[in-house]
Design a protein around this ligand. Structure first.
Ligand SMILES: [Zn+2]
Ligand SMILES: [Zn+2]
Length: 371
């Protein structure tokens, strides 16, 4: 790292459409319960790209500008505030321990937290929403450091799991694990995954690990479809070579005429929803994750929904405890599934504008910043 002791860099995000500015700031004092994490890798997730373009307004969530984007990350403990000795599983923490943590922070005491719905915490705080022009400055992942607030959930990364593989755990992987848990995907059920970016590839892997009968992945990028097969998809459908009617027919044929039991939407386009709902069979459950741009709508015929007893589940964030199991999942499956292929290109923090241009072009499945 190219900074003096007691200082670190942030990639300051002033407003959508503007280049990031690299700024060197003073390390904040770490208060009781807080943890200063040195970021070792931060992926560029779809929502970071949306925020950069302005189609995902962080201000709509109470966010302030300038801020620091980046939330899908891994790091090492740099300094521990008074009173912090262990991770959320009770494992001891010391400077140098590699950790991951949910990028949102719950109060653990509000009505929703007490009901076990921590992702709907009424006092939720999140990376990427705090101000970057005042201490503690390090409020997002695209920086040398990140300040974890007191009470944050965090887990030690197993030594066997590399940063490349661990970095996707706290957003994409935990999100799809939680999504499939929300619809209670059962052994032998057929699952369609719309979109084979990182979320979709994790969804394929998790659905198979949960015992899915057939997993069918839909995308328009040949490399992603090839990856979907490598992650365990039983069939892939290329949207550039099929019409929506043909895709529906293919899914029916692959599911003995029944349609899918579960469809996961991680395309992020509202038009995908109408098609995805049609791919479901009786009592099918639709997991809606991808559409995070406010104001985008689609038309659909509710009678088909009623007559087929379908359910649609919106999934935002995840239960923090899922992240611990996500690490176990990576440790267990990393030798049989090509998780390393999701971390294709690493860019230095100084090259973050190049990295975002590449991510926006979808040239990389997951571009990463390695500060
Ligand atoms: Zn994300
Ligand atoms: Zn709460």
């Amino acid at each position: 790292m190219s900074h003096a002791p007691f200082q670190g860099r942030i990639a300051r995000f002033d407003q959508p459409g503007m280049p990031f500015e690299i700024e060197t700031v003073t390390l904040p004092d770490i208060g009781p319960g807080e943890i200063l994490v040195q970021v070792t890798r931060a992926n560029i997730c779809g929502s970071d790209v949306h925020a950069w373009h302005g189609s995902f307004a962080t201000r709509g969530l109470g966010g302030q500008l300038p801020t620091v984007l980046g939330h899908e990350m891994v790091g090492v403990i740099h300094a521990l505030g008074d009173g912090v000795r262990a991770d959320s599983n009770g494992a001891p923490l010391t400077p140098g321990t590699r950790v991951v943590f949910p990028y949102f922070f719950c109060c653990h005491t509000c009505r929703n937290c007490l009901a076990g719905r921590r992702n709907a915490c009424l006092n939720l705080k999140m990376a990427m929403l705090g101000r970057a022009d005042e201490p503690p400055y390090f409020v997002g992942g695209y920086a040398d450091y990140f300040v974890l607030p007191a009470g944050a959930v965090l887990y030690t990364v197993p030594d066997s799991v590399s940063d490349e593989i661990a970095a996707g755990a706290n957003c994409a992987l935990s999100q799809v694990m939680y999504g499939l848990e929300r619809v209670d995907q059962q052994l032998g059920e057929n699952v369609v995954v719309q979109g084979a970016g990182a979320l979709g590839l994790y969804a394929v892997a998790v659905a198979k690990a949960r015992g899915a009968g057939k997993v069918i992945a839909i995308d328009g990028v040949p490399e992603r479809l090839e990856l979907a097969t490598a992650f365990g998809a039983d069939a892939v459908i290329d949207i550039t070579e099929t019409t929506d009617k043909q895709r529906s027919k293919i899914v029916r044929e692959l599911t003995d005429g029944q349609g899918a039991d579960v469809v996961v939407e991680v395309v992020g386009h509202p038009a995908a929803i109408d098609e995805g709902l049609k791919l479901l069979g009786q009592f099918g459950r639709y997991v809606e994750i991808g559409n995070i741009s406010i104001g985008k709508t689609f038309e659909f015929d509710p009678s088909r929904f009623v007559f087929a007893n379908k359910t649609m589940v919106g999934v935002s964030l995840y239960d923090p405890a899922v992240l611990s199991r996500a690490l176990d999942f990576l440790a267990e499956h990393q030798h049989t599934l090509p998780f390393d292929r999701l971390a294709t290109t690493a860019y230095s923090l100084d090259d973050i504008n190049t990295a975002f241009a590449a991510a926006a072009d979808k040239r990389d499945v997951r571009a990463s910043i390695v500060p």
